[in-house]
Design a protein around this ligand. Structure first.
Ligand SMILES: Nc1nc2c(c(=O)[nH]1)N[C@H]1C(S)=C(S)[C@@H](COP(=O)(O)O)O[C@H]1N2
Ligand SMILES: [Mo]
Length: 436
């Protein structure tokens, strides 16, 4: 069933536990405690980094008792600042304040699995990738040959889970309750997929890719892929769509799909197959786990939130929507009395597009100040931004950030266009700070 597999909504259990944790302990109670109680950040789309919930002292009597704090990741080579959203399969997000580096370090990069994590390859250069289907010559190539026979390129590009921002939906949508931390921006080294497809020779019938990998389905059934998505040929042929073996200059770690994976930048992360073994070119849209019904699909005609969904009214989610995050200060930060100015830092990105503008508000959206926006290093890089905020007094402030993409689409106040699996939630990021 599509709903059980590659859909960022893997199963009911996962959903229930992460949701309970989210409602029970996260934002409202804990942030209130950080800044002295009774001042909750208004309920919003994914604006409550759980790292801060964890750092908070026990809530005051006025606040609801937390069930248990966010669960921090314990995984070799990964930061304990990452928050576990699901254990089976292992899913962990990066609180916004840990995304403050220009290039996201490997240890801080989010993790999203749909199935079992395979064992690390013993001989990475012997790893085989097959390209078959609607091609003139089936191609079988080892990673070693790929490295030696093709021209490698390095690009800094955002990878973002299709469900990023999902926790902002009301009623709750099925799946991992990402805030904004299902994203990171790393330097990827590899070869454009187009170079391999040209070498194999595309038949006129070639329309769509189907990606296959070495990870087993959660059930352990070797005949069931854990996730198998694909993209339109046009995206596969984009020079930024790459088969990569290095991340930030290091061999691609096993947990991120090493020794070799796809990076399909700007689109739902699920297309970026980890542990890549095969790409089959199809003459029609792919129908693997993660492609059908409501998986990575959004409504054509807006539907009633929580209502009955009609699969015929859904289309595949491709480019991700515009998003910005405040990476410094962290949500819940305290500043000395008399602090008159705050330096803000953040990041923004917009799927296939670029970001035109980032605005900041400290008065709940009544007025906005333009942030200084940097240019991307290359296409699909994120854009860092900075702003200096003047504060009128001591006290409690919420800082809101919203980005506008190059076509003029701006982040909304609320995650909108509800859909059963919660895609496209890109409500503006909000943090709370206390001065004095
Ligand atoms: N083989 C395989 N590839 C996969 C997945 C998976 O479960 N199996 N998850 C996908 C999803 S949903 C996302 S968001 C990204 C996450 O990549 P990361 O774990 O390196 O951050 O990998 C994608 N590639
Ligand atoms: Mo994802």
């Amino acid at each position: 069933m599509a709903r059980e597999t590659g859909c960022d909504a893997p199963n009911g259990n996962n959903f229930n536990t992460s949701r309970r944790r989210f409602l029970g302990s996260s934002g409202l109670a804990a942030i209130g405690a950080v800044i002295g109680g009774a001042m909750p950040l208004t309920r919003n789309g994914g604006g409550i980094p759980q790292a801060h919930a964890q750092a908070a002292p026990p809530p005051s009597a006025a606040a609801p008792a937390p069930a248990k704090g966010p669960q921090h990741l314990k995984y070799p080579g990964k930061s304990e600042g990452l928050v576990v959203l699901g254990e089976k399969p292992l899913v962990a997000e990066t609180p916004e304040s840990l995304l403050d580096d220009d290039t996201t370090p490997i240890e801080k990069f989010y993790i999203r699995n749909n199935g079992q994590i395979p064992e690390a390859a013993k001989d990475p250069d012997a790893w085989k990738i097959t390209i078959d289907g609607e091609v003139n010559n089936k191609l079988e190539i080892t990673l070693g040959e790929l490295k030696s026979k093709y021209k490698a390129v390095t690009r800094r590009m955002v990878l973002e889970c299709g469900g990023n921002g999902r926790s902002g939906f009301s009623p709750p949508a099925r799946g991992n309750q990402w805030t904004n931390g299902g994203a990171g921006c790393a330097e990827w080294t590899g070869v454009p997929l187009a170079d391999l497809l040209k070498k194999a020779g595309l038949k006129p019938s070639a329309k769509y890719t189907a990606h296959y990998a070495a990870d087993l389905h959660l059930s352990g059934d070797a005949n069931k892929p854990s996730l198998s998505r694909g993209v339109r040929l046009e995206k596969a042929m984009d020079p930024n769509t790459m088969i990569v073996w290095a991340m930030n200059g290091k061999p691609l770690p096993n947990i991120h799909g090493g020794p070799v994976r796809l990076i399909v930048p700007g689109w739902s992360g699920s297309a970026s197959q980890k542990w890549l073994t095969r790409i089959t070119i199809r003459d029609r849209e792919h129908d693997g786990p993660g492609m059908t019904e409501f998986s990575y699909r959004t409504p054509i005609k807006p539907m009633v939130p929580g209502g009955k969904a009609d699969p015929a009214n859904f289309r595949i989610l491709e480019s991700m929507p515009v998003r910005s995050i405040i990476t410094n200060p962290a949500n819940g930060a305290k500043f000395a009395a008399g602090t008159k100015e705050l330096k803000l830092r953040g990041a923004s990105w917009a799927g296939d597009l670029t970001v035109k503008q980032v605005d900041i508000s400290t008065d709940f959206g009544a007025s906005w100040q333009r942030a200084t926006l940097e240019k991307p290093k290359n296409k699909y890089d994120w854009q860092r931004w900075t702003a200096t905020l003047k504060l009128p007094s001591d006290g409690y402030f919420e800082i809101w950030a919203r980005a506008t993409d190059s076509k003029g689409a701006m982040q909304p106040h609320q995650a909108g266009f509800w859909n059963p699996q919660g895609y496209g939630g890109n409500a503006m990021h909000r943090i709370a700070v206390l001065v004095g």
